[in-house]
Every structure is written in C-alpha cells, then in structure tokens.
Design a protein around this ligand. Structure first.
Ligand code: HEC
Length: 101
C-alpha cells in the first residue's frame, strides 16, 4: 500500500471510531457512574442530595430531564454533547428504579 493510501486509510479509521463513539448509547447505569455518582454516590447524599425524593420533586419525566440538562448551583449542566437524548432517557429510567432501603 502506498504511503498516501495508508494515510487515507488511517484517517478513515479514526473518523469511523469517532462516529461510533458519538453514537454509542451508554445505558443509564453507565451514564450515572460516569456523570453523577461522584456527587450522588449510588443515589445517596454526597456533595449533592440523596435522589430518593424524585417521585415527589419531579413527578414528570420532562421536568426531571430539564433539570438534569440545566443543572443547578453546584450541579453542572449536562448538554446533549455529553448525554444524548437516548442516554438521558436511559438515565431517567435508571433514576426511577434506584432503590433506597
Ligand atoms: C458536582 C456535583 C454534582 C454532580 C456531578 C451531579 N449533581 Fe445532581 N446535584 C448536585 C447538587 C449540589 C444538587 C443540589 C442543587 C441545589 O438545589 O442547589 C443536586 C441536585 C440534584 C437533583 C435534585 C434532587 C431533588 O430531589 O431535588 C437531581 C435529580 C440530581 N441532582 C440529579 C443528578 C444527575 C442525574 C446527575 C448526573 C447527570 C447529577 N445530579 C450530577 C450536585 C451534583
């Protein structure tokens, strides 16, 4: 393979990997551990509050999603470039299923 062909092939490979990374839909647990667990360890109180009152504070999924997207005070916002819409759905399902006993 010529040097030119090799370089083109390398670039295509890198682009493919990048596209795949962008489209990877992490599941709710993966997202939670990546982006939330440091402050809400296993949904319990850490730097952030325990997440055991979501049914009361955010009965509606849309409101919960909006809160996560926007963040609040010390809680960082989570734009679609960090958590895509599918992943946000997965995350909300995961949050709704957290057990506190
Ligand atoms: C840097 C720490 C930090 C990270 C990371 C973080 N949070 Fe928070 N979170 C907080 C703090 C602090 C609050 C309280 C905000 C306030 O009311 O001032 C909070 C509040 C919340 C609330 C509101 C709880 C309630 O019952 O009112 C929810 C829901 C929540 N966080 C979910 C998440 C999710 C989901 C993630 C991951 C995408 C996340 N947080 C990541 C710090 C964090």
């Amino acid at each position: 393979m010529s040097e030119e062909m090799r370089r083109i092939s390398e670039v295509k490979k890198a682009q493919r990997q990048k596209a795949q990374e962008g489209s990877t839909n992490l599941n709710g647990e993966q997202i939670f551990f990546r982006s939330c667990n440091t402050c809400h360890p296993s949904g319990r109180q850490g730097m952030g509050p325990a997440l055991d009152q979501l049914a009361t504070h955010f009965p509606d999924d849309q409101a919960l999603k909006a809160f996560i997207r926007k963040g609040k005070n010390m809680m960082p916002p989570q734009p679609p470039s960090v958590i895509n819409d599918q992943e946000l759905d997965n995350l909300v399902d995961y949050l709704r299923d957290l057990k506190f006993d």
